[in-house]
Every structure is written in structure tokens, then in C-alpha cells.
Design a binder for this molecule. Structure first.
Ligand code: NAD
Length: 541
């Protein structure tokens, strides 16, 4: 019997470790990198805690060394997807009725395990499998994942404590029921933390999940499944289905128990899943919750009053950290013509100082893009710019796939504000810059607002604070996460809940109560203490 009113105050963010040479965390990480580099992991399908191996397999390779096989995995067929749905719905019977404080205890144990024993395991897997350097892995697969676990428990406690008032002779309360069905979590390659959160935020609220992990993030995602089990998550609450997204999406959206989708990835994929949910609407028990964070064409807008050094640093870090594969990465910049030569020179200096290569060499700032498709896409935009009359490549541009999927940090400068790479998402280390006439701020900010269909992140730079206020107003709907004098990346759980609108998603703000609220369906209960026994109005008596 648990009748305590447990509170979960706002937690602290997980500190980012420094990984100085010889530090305990560096020693542990290097040992784990060596261990994982020397084995080929066998990644099964996991349904109801049982490992399943089909005849249909695939390989997980290192993006920075694509001949290096890290794992073999097994792909689901329709049969396993159906089994996962049945299994999830069995697990739902108990998990949906489990006290929320028990679910919270499981999530908090996940955080503790990841902060300690699993930290080097997850970071090494993320480095090798997703080609992140030490720092980028630490802030993702350790710190942000831990923050999601801890903060969501706090936000859930706020939601559960929201209760209606009592009336004369009656008492009222709200039960925050989980959805009546399963949630399909479809996760991207670029953040282990997002993969974890897309499963765990519905699960914390009492739901069960079918998890379709990204094939290119399978290694770290498989270790997450081990972490969940060790933390005491019952079998069947999260079911792990590697394989074709199209197949899994189709079978899940045809099930009457489909209660929602928690998605992060490209706009096109989310739209196709939304369309499938619409066409199957008559099959469902309830209207499904469709939550998706999708693509972006994130901008930096520079006012003539800006500090050029700050702009150069933000453009460099915002565009090239994790090879520009953050959904928030700066990918187009509007800058006054008079300031551009100085800023370009600064960026060139920074680019000249960094190295690109294997994640195991800590001297490398930039690593590889995720796979051949991404490499080809980046190269095609660079080739297009090289051949164009209204653009030129002014930094980088070299691509080499002999060992890994390496694309140099690149800048395309264009005189055409509608140039292809000013409009379309590339998702790689390619920044397109449109230098504008210094006296055309108004016209250019209007272009910035209207050029791309997305609305994820954006930054404005300037020392004139009144001018910044005006730019913010012009760009009200251009970004769901907005930065003043800072790069448009690096949102932290508890500080900048994340998400964008327009074609960038449903903007339900991962890492906050707005997201958690999508995974519950409240029941409001009124209890009358003494029931009336006379139907007449008092003036009729
Ligand atoms: P993606 O759309 O290719 O894949 C995302 C997931 O969907 C993967 O698990 C994939 O296997 C699956 N999938 C692919 N086709 C499918 C289909 N037809 N039906 C069902 N599932 C399918 O995206 P990605 O390459 O993994 O990630 C990059 C994209 O994610 C970029 O567009 C980026 O902007 C976006 N992203 C957005 C945010 C955000 O918060 N807005 C965060 C991270 C990434």
C-alpha cells in the first residue's frame, strides 16, 4: 500500500563531464570504446522481453569507418509487428494501472543508472554508431537523456497535482488516464536522447509503446533497451522493432489499438504517417494523438549592429557541430554585406584550426555524416552550388567517402535569397549565406520569414536591443525556439523546451508538460456526498 503524497521538485541538470585526458570518465570511456570496437553486437527484435531473430538481417556500421561492422540486427516482418501489438496491449492491462509514483521510480532509476554504470556504454555506442565526438555524445546520450527522465517525472507530478475544486456537498477529482491503446514511437538517428524520450514520455504517463528505432542509431538504442530492463521496466511496456519504417507504420496505423504516434524525423515521413492515420480513422477506439517534431531550415539573421566575432562563432558552432545534423543546426544566414568579409575570414580561421576524422581521436572536432544517402545529398547540394551562376562555394566543399562519410564544413554564398540551399533542408555541414545590402534590413527579414516552409529554430544577432525586438516581432512564427545573440542549437531540458511549428512539427515541446499532456486522457469524477431525493426546484416546494 502506498498512500504517501510524494513530491518531485524541479531537478538540477546533469553536469556535463569534462573528459580531460586521464580523468576517470575519460579512462572509462576509452576502455569502453575499445571493447565495443572489438565486437560485433547481435541486436535482436525484443517483444515482451523476449529476443526474436528472423532470417532477415542487416548490418550497423561506423559512419566514419564504413567497413567497420558494429552490429548485426534482425528485421521484423508483419508477423512480429502484430505480435508486438498484442504483447503491448497485454502489458497495458497492468502498466496503465501501476501507480504513477512507481512508474516515476523506474524512470528515476534509469537516470541514476545512466549517470553511472551506463554512461560510458551509451556514450561509446553513440560515438561509434552515430559518429559523435566525446562532447557531442556526452551532451546527448548521457546528459540530455538523463534530464528527460528526471524532468519528466517533475512535470508529471505537476500534471497529476492539477485538481478541480470541490463544490457544496460534492468532491471532485481528475484521474489522468493513459491512452486506451499503444503509442508508436518512431525515432530519428541524430539524438539518442530523443529516441529515449519518444518512448519514455508516454510510458511514464502509463502508456505502452511499440518502438521503431532508426537503423543508423541501433547500437545506442539497443543499449537503451538493456538500461530500461535493468531499471525495472516490465517486459512488453516498450517493444523494440528494428526494420522497415514503412512496414511498421502501416501495420500499426491499421490497428484499432493505435492510440498515438510520437515521432521525430523528416517532415515527409511524418506527413505520410499522418495520412495513414487519417485514412484508418474509422478503425480506432479513440482519436489518435499525433505528435511529431520534424525538419528545419534554421536561420541566423544578423543586424548591422551585431558583433562580427560573436556571429562568426555562432555560425561556425551552429552549422558544424555534429556535422550540421542537429535539427536546430544553422543552415542559412542573412548578413549585412559590409560585415560578411570579416565574418567569413573568422570562420575560415576556425575551419583551418579544426580536424575531421574518427571519433576515437579526440583531436577531431568534426566527424562523419550518418550514411551514404546523407553524404550523397550533401554532395549534390555542393555540386549544384558549384555549377550555379548565382552562388559559389567559399569554404570547404570537399567530400570523401573512401573511408567514412566525410563532408567538409562548407559555406555556399549566394546572391539569390531563394537559392535552393537557402530553402531546402540538407541536414549536413553546409551553411548557405545571403549577404544583404546594409540598408535593406526590413526587406531581408521579410525574406527570412517567408523563404522556407519550416519554423524550428532561429537566431538574431545585434547590439541594438530595440532593433532586435522589432526583428523578433517580424519573425514571430519563423521559429519555435528563438535565440538572441546565441547560436540556434543547444536547447537544454528544463530551460528551453524544444519544438517548432509550420512544417517543423506539432510543437508539443519535448521536455515539458505540454508534451506529457498529449499522452493522457483525463477522467473527471464528481462524488455527491448526500444524493438529492426530490426532483422539484426549491420555489416549487
Ligand atoms: P527520417 O524521417 O528519415 O527517419 C525517422 C524515423 O522514421 C526512422 O526511424 C525511420 O526509419 C522512420 N521511417 C522512415 N520512413 C518511414 C515510413 N515511410 N514510415 C514510418 N517510418 C519511417 O529522419 P532521420 O533521417 O532519422 O532524421 C533526420 C530528420 O529528423 C531531419 O529532417 C531533422 O530535421 C529531423 N529532426 C527533427 C527534430 C525536431 O525536434 N524537430 C529533431 C531531430 C531530428
Amino acid at each position: 500500500m502506498n498512500n504517501s503524497a510524494i513530491t518531485f521538485p524541479i531537478p538540477a541538470n546533469e553536469p556535463v563531464k569534462s573528459y580531460l585526458s586521464g580523468s576517470p570518465e575519460r579512462v572509462a570511456l576509452e576502455a569502453e570504446l575499445k571493447r565495443q570496437s572489438g565486437i560485433v553486437v547481435d541486436i535482436p527484435i525484443i517483444i515482451g522481453g523476449k529476443e526474436i531473430r528472423t532470417g532477415n538481417t542487416g548490418k550497423v556500421t561506423c559512419p566514419h569507418d564504413h567497413k567497420h561492422v558494429l552490429a548485426t540486427y534482425y528485421k521484423v516482418s508483419e508477423k512480429e509487428v502484430q505480435l508486438a501489438i498484442e504483447t503491448a496491449m497485454k502489458a497495458w492491462q497492468e502498466w496503465s494501472r501501476t501507480p504513477w509514483t512507481t512508474r516515476a521510480a523506474v524512470a528515476l532509476k534509469m537516470a541514476e543508472l545512466l549517470a553511472t554504470k551506463y554512461r560510458p556504454i551509451m556514450n561509446a555506442a553513440c560515438m561509434l554508431g552515430q559518429s559523435k565526438n566525446i562532447y557531442q555524445a556526452e551532451i546527448d546520450s548521457a546528459c540530455e537523456t538523463i534530464d528527460f527522465f528526471r524532468y519528466n517525472v517533475h512535470y508529471a507530478s505537476k500534471i497529476y497535482s492539477m485538481q478541480p475544486k470541490n463544490g457544496a456537498g460534492n468532491i471532485n477529482h481528475t484521474e489522468y488516464r493513459p491512452l486506451e491503446g499503444f503509442v508508436l514511437a518512431v525515432t530519428p538517428f541524430n539524438f539518442t536522447s530523443i529516441a529515449s524520450n519518444l518512448c519514455m514520455s508516454p510510458v511514464l504517463m502509463g502508456n505502452v509503446a511499440i518502438w521503431k528505432p532508426s537503423t543508423t542509431a541501433l547500437l545506442s538504442n539497443y543499449y537503451l533497451m538493456q538500461l530500461y530492463k535493468e531499471a525495472g521496466l516490465p517486459d512488453g511496456v516498450i517493444n523494440f522493432l528494428p526494420g522497415s519504417g514503412a512496414l511498421i507504420g502501416k501495420v500499426c496505423t491499421e490497428s484499432k489499438y493505435f492510440a498515438g504516434i510520437h515521432f521525430t524525423g523528416s517532415t515527409a515521413t511524418f506527413k505520410s504517417l499522418w495520412g495513414q492515420a487519417c485514412s484508418n480513422l474509422d478503425r480506432y477506439i479513440s482519436y489518435p494523438r499525433l505528435v511529431g517534431e520534424t525538419g528545419g531550415k534554421d536561420f541566423i539573421f544578423v543586424h548591422p549592429s551585431a558583433d562580427p566575432k560573436a556571429v562568426a562563432t555562432a555560425a561556425f558552432c551552429g552549422a558544424y557541430e555534429y556535422q550540421g545534423q542537429k535539427c536546430s543546426a544553422a543552415s542559412r544566414m542573412y548578413i549585412p554585406k559590409s560585415m560578411w568579409p570579416t565574418v567569413l575570414e573568422d570562420i575560415r580561421c576556425m575551419a583551418g584550426e579544426i580536424k575531421m576524422g574518427d571519433v576515437c581521436d579526440a583531436g577531431n572536432y568534426v566527424n562523419a555524416v550518418i550514411d551514404e544517402a546523407s553524404f550523397d545529398k550533401c554532395k549534390s547540394y555542393i555540386d549544384f552550388a558549384e555549377a550555379a551562376s548565382d552562388a559559389k562555394v567559399v569554404l570547404g566543399g570537399k567530400c570523401d567517402k573512401s573511408v567514412g562519410w566525410f563532408v567538409e564544413p562548407t559555406i555556399i554564398e549566394t546572391s539569390n535569397p531563394q537559392f535552393k540551399s537557402m530553402v531546402e533542408e540538407i541536414f549536413g555541414p553546409v551553411l548557405t549565406v545571403y549577404p544583404y545590402d546594409d540598408d535593406k534590413v526590413e526587406e531581408t527579414v521579410a525574406l527570412c520569414n517567408e523563404t522556407s516552409p519550416y519554423g524550428l529554430t532561429g537566431a538574431v544577432f545585434g547590439r541594438d536591443r530595440v532593433a532586435i525586438e522589432h526583428l523578433m516581432d517580424c519573425l514571430t512564427y519563423a521559429a519555435g525556439n528563438f535565440y538572441i545573440n546565441d547560436k540556434p542549437t543547444g536547447a537544454v531540458v528544463g530551460m528551453q523546451p524544444f519544438g517548432g511549428a509550420r512544417a517543423s512539427g506539432t510543437n508539443d515541446k519535448a521536455g515539458g508538460e505540454f508534451n506529457l499532456i498529449r499522452w493522457i486522457t483525463p477522467r473527471v469524477v464528481k462524488e455527491t456526498l448526500v444524493s438529492p431525493t426530490d426532483y422539484r426546484y426549491s420555489y416549487m416546494k
